[in-house]
Each structure stands twice: as structure tokens, then as C-alpha cells.
Design a protein around this ligand. Structure first.
Ligand code: GAL
Length: 471
């Protein structure tokens, strides 16, 4: 038998002591019990009711992975797989069924139980407040377009800090706030399926105001050892070439999709060229006096970074149609780089170095703020075909995907980036919005008929990485 030191020396990539190994998920994607426990409806429950055909195989959010009933078993499995941390989100419409009123005691009990169970298992809970799931009542008032919803969110956040802040020390205001803007107000893949750039800008802006106001409350409450941040999908924009027109195209894509949230969250202000561009085209949002001050004063302690794929762009080949809706794509075209490596099961490019480029950018331009990889992972369609007789999915592609990304994270650490952990998307297969269960992402397979959990090959591999703190 080898001693610990011997095995340790064999590690090629060793991570700093206390590195966070774990995974991330969200309420709507795993809880199920959509109409149980006093939960109110959110936009996903409602949209599915209205248009079930827009969801892969017609599968909606009612049951998903049934975490609401199985959380004990799942948390035990997380522990078995070496997790020391886990991010989940609170469902706003479960905690406050009408979005505005009183906290639902059954929901408080549920989240208390989840948090306590995690702590007993030695897993630190990372709690996110908003993951694409607007309560229906508030959406009916206009969702993030309505300033009253900003206030409702701040109240919701306050209730969460009050109820759970004694035990939860890592808080996040939003997950990928650009996605509800894109999905709900530009590209028609989230409810309310609006295509309107002006409304999109307002939604994005109010999300930032809500975020900063929640941080202000958090600071006032002075939660002991508590940190608050935001989770952003920082998709790097790579220009096709160094031609100034390509570089400019990439810069504008970066402004719209990354820096519209990254700069206010970390630096407390919007990039001046983003403001100038919106102004030039007449799309500045409606704001209130004092907003910019609140944003300025309430920046994050910690940044979560989600990374799946790069965004390659080039200068536009044709002038935009002036009669068509105004879109970010007025300023760039997407570029399919010849020979790019693809995850053919999902149609996304795999570019491992992207994770390093993001981290170096954070080090060099964002004060090397404390950060962690809050999502990274590989979706695969039809994964069932890789199951063996015992039901174990042999997902060697996922192991390779994680390993190759981790190598770049490791290099960033060596170069001084303040990156504290790596959370995989995701622990167990979950319901991926309109894709439902089409693409599987988990370390653990979920049988959709029985709900049975079976650890995949990647789950065992990830466990060894977490336990040895490297590979
Ligand atoms: C992310 C999102 C998750 C999950 C993941 C995989 O953008 O935060 O909710 O769906 O993509 O598709």
C-alpha cells in the first residue's frame, strides 16, 4: 500500500489546500414538486402549461429529479463522491408563493433541511437567489421590466439572508443574468418570449440594480464570515482575425454579453463604450436618481464563472436590415472557425484554453478578485447508449473534458489567479429548460422512469480528484 505522501507525489496537477470541489444546480432543474409544499407557480410551470410542445419530448418541470423528496439520499451521494461544496438555488416562488407576501413555512423547512443536511455531510452550501425562475405573479406585473419587482427581489433576498444567513456563508444574487435577457427578450427561448431590444436593456439594467440593492442589504446585515457574489457566464469573444473590423466586432460582443454584467458587478460601473453605443442608437434604459451610486458602492466579494464554450465572431458581411428588430448581431457575425473541436453530441465547441483566458482577464483587468469556476461541464445527447450491464455510463468523454479544463485552471493558479474552486455542472442529470432531459450533464445518471440514481464513470473519477486534491 502506498502512503499518502507517495500518492501525493505522483499527482501531476495538485491544487491548493482547501480547493472547492463540488457541483452546481438550480431549484427548477432538480426539485420537482412544482405544485407541492405550498409552492407558487413560476414562469417555467406556466409556460410549460401553455406550450408543452416547446419542451424536448414534451417534458416539463413538474417532477424533474425529485430532489424535493430525495435530497437526503442525494446529499449522501455527494458526500460519497467527495464534494466539499455544492451550489443550489432557492426557488423564489417556493419561498414566497406570490413573490411579495410572507415566507412559506414548508419552504423554509425544506431549505433548512437541505442546508443542515449539507453541513452535517461536511459540504458547504453555496446559495444562489435567482436562477431564471421568476414567480408568475411578478412576471404578470412585467417581471424585471417593473421596478416594483426589483423591490420585491430585495425583500426576498433579505428574507433569505435572515432565515439562512446563520449557516450559509456564500451567497450569490443571480446566475447568468444575461440569459433571461437573451432568452426572454431577444431570442425567444424563455418566457415571456418577447423580441425587443429596448425591453431587453431595461430587464438587464433592473437585474443589476436588484443585485446591487441586495448586496447593500447584505452589508447592512453584517452576516458573520459571509461573502456575496454573482455567477456570470463569461463567454470569451474571439475575433476571427486581428483585422480591426474583426477585433471591433469581438469587442462589441464582449460588451453586450460579458461586460454588461461583469463591469458593474466587480468595478461598480458600466463600460463607457457600452453606454456610448446604447446612447448612439437610442437604447439607454430608464433609470432612477441614485441607482449608479448604489451600483458603485455595492460590488461583489466573489465572482462565480460559468464556462462552456467560446464565442467566435467576425465583422459583419452584410449590412443589417434596418426594418428588422434591432439586435446585438447588428455589430458582428458568428464565426465557425474551420477545424474547431466540437462536442458533437451537443453542437458546442470545446475550447479548453478559454477557461484560462477568462481567469487571466479577471486577474489583469478585474483586480484579481476572488473567484471560482461555478459551472463547466459537458452535455451529451443519448447518453444511455454508453451504459454497461450494471447501468454505469462510461462517459470517458466527460472525464477528458473536465481534466483538460482543470489543467488550464491549474496553470492559471500557478500564474497567480485567485481561483478557489471548481464546480461541475452538474451533480445528477437534470432538467435543462426547453431541452428538458435531452442532454445529460451529471456525474450521476438519473433514470427518468424510476428516479434511480447510478454513479457514472466520471463520478468515480471526480471523487478521486476531489479526495486527492488533484490528478
Ligand atoms: C447554463 C445554466 C444552467 C444549465 C447549463 C447547461 O447556462 O446556468 O442552468 O442549464 O447551462 O445547459
Amino acid at each position: 500500500m502506498k502512503t499518502i505522501q507517495e500518492t501525493d507525489q505522483q499527482l501531476q496537477f495538485r491544487f491548493p489546500q482547501g480547493f472547492w470541489w463540488g457541483s452546481a444546480t438550480s431549484a427548477t432543474q432538480i426539485e420537482g414538486a412544482a405544485r407541492e409544499g405550498g409552492k407558487g407557480l413560476n414562469i417555467w410551470d406556466y409556460w410549460y402549461e401553455q406550450e408543452p410542445h416547446r419542451f424536448f419530448d414534451g417534458v416539463g418541470p413538474d417532477v424533474t429529479s425529485d430532489f424535493y423528496h430525495r435530497y437526503k439520499e442525494d446529499i449522501q451521494l455527494m458526500k460519497d463522491l467527495g464534494h466539499n461544496s455544492f451550489r443550489f438555488s432557492i426557488s423564489w416562488s417556493r419561498l414566497i408563493p406570490d413573490g411579495i407576501g410572507e415566507a412559506n413555512v414548508e419552504a423554509v423547512r425544506f431549505y433548512d433541511n437541505v442546508i443542515n443536511e449539507l453541513l452535517v455531510a461536511g459540504i458547504e452550501p453555496f446559495v444562489n437567489l435567482y436562477h431564471f425562475d421568476m414567480p408568475l405573479t411578478l412576471q404578470k406585473m412585467g417581471g424585471w421590466e417593473n421596478r416594483e419587482v426589483v423591490e420585491a427581489y430585495v425583500r426576498y433576498a433579505t428574507i433569505c439572508f435572515e432565515r439562512f444567513g446563520d449557516r450559509v456563508k456564500k451567497w450569490f444574487t443571480h446566475n447568468e443574468p444575461i440569459v433571461p435577457v437573451e432568452g426572454g427578450y431577444l431570442y425567444d427561448f424563455h418566457y415571456p418570449n418577447v423580441v425587443d431590444f429596448r425591453r431587453a436593456v431595461q430587464v438587464a439594467y433592473h437585474t443589476v440594480v436588484a443585485h446591487a440593492k441586495a448586496i447593500a442589504v447584505f452589508r447592512r446585515m453584517n452576516i458573520r464570515d459571509g461573502k456575496i457574489g454573482i455567477i456570470l457566464n463569461l463567454t470569451p469573444s474571439y475575433p476571427r482575425s486581428q483585422h480591426p473590423a474583426d477585433v471591433k466586432a469581438a469587442h462589441i460582443a464582449d460588451l453586450f454579453f460579458n461586460r454588461s454584467f461583469l463591469d458593474p458587478a466587480v468595478k461598480g460601473e458600466y463600460p463607457s463604450d457600452l453606454i456610448a453605443l446604447l446612447k448612439e442608437y437610442g437604447y439607454l434604459p430608464i433609470f432612477e436618481k441614485g441607482d449608479l451610486q448604489i451600483i458603485k458602492e455595492n460590488t461583489v466579494d466573489i465572482l462565480g464563472i460559468n464556462y462552456y464554450q467560446p464565442r467566435r465572431v467576425k465583422a459583419k458581411e452584410h449590412l443589417p436590415n434596418p426594418y428588422a428588430p434591432f439586435m446585438p448581431e447588428w455589430f458582428f457575425d458568428y464565426y465557425a472557425m474551420p477545424g474547431r473541436k466540437m462536442n458533437s453530441y451537443r453542437g458546442w465547441e470545446i475550447y479548453e484554453k478559454g477557461i484560462y483566458d477568462i481567469l487571466m482577464n479577471i486577474k489583469e483587468h478585474y483586480g484579481n478578485i476572488e473567484c471560482f469556476i461555478s459551472e463547466n461541464g459537458m452535455g451529451v445527447e443519448g447518453e444511455e447508449r454508453f451504459r454497461d450491464d450494471e447501468g454505469i455510463v462510461h462517459d470517458d468523454y466527460r472525464i477528458e473534458f473536465i481534466r483538460e479544463h482543470l489543467k488550464w485552471v491549474h496553470r492559471a493558479i500557478e500564474e497567480g489567479v485567485n481561483v478557489k474552486g471548481y464546480h461541475l455542472w452538474t451533480f445528477m442529470d437534470n432538467w435543462s429548460w426547453t431541452n428538458a432531459y435531452k442532454n445529460r450533464y451529471g456525474l450521476v445518471h438519473v433514470d427518468l422512469n424510476t428516479g434511480d440514481r447510478t454513479v457514472k464513470k466520471s463520478g468515480y473519477w471526480f471523487k478521486s480528484v476531489a479526495q486527492q486534491n488533484g490528478f
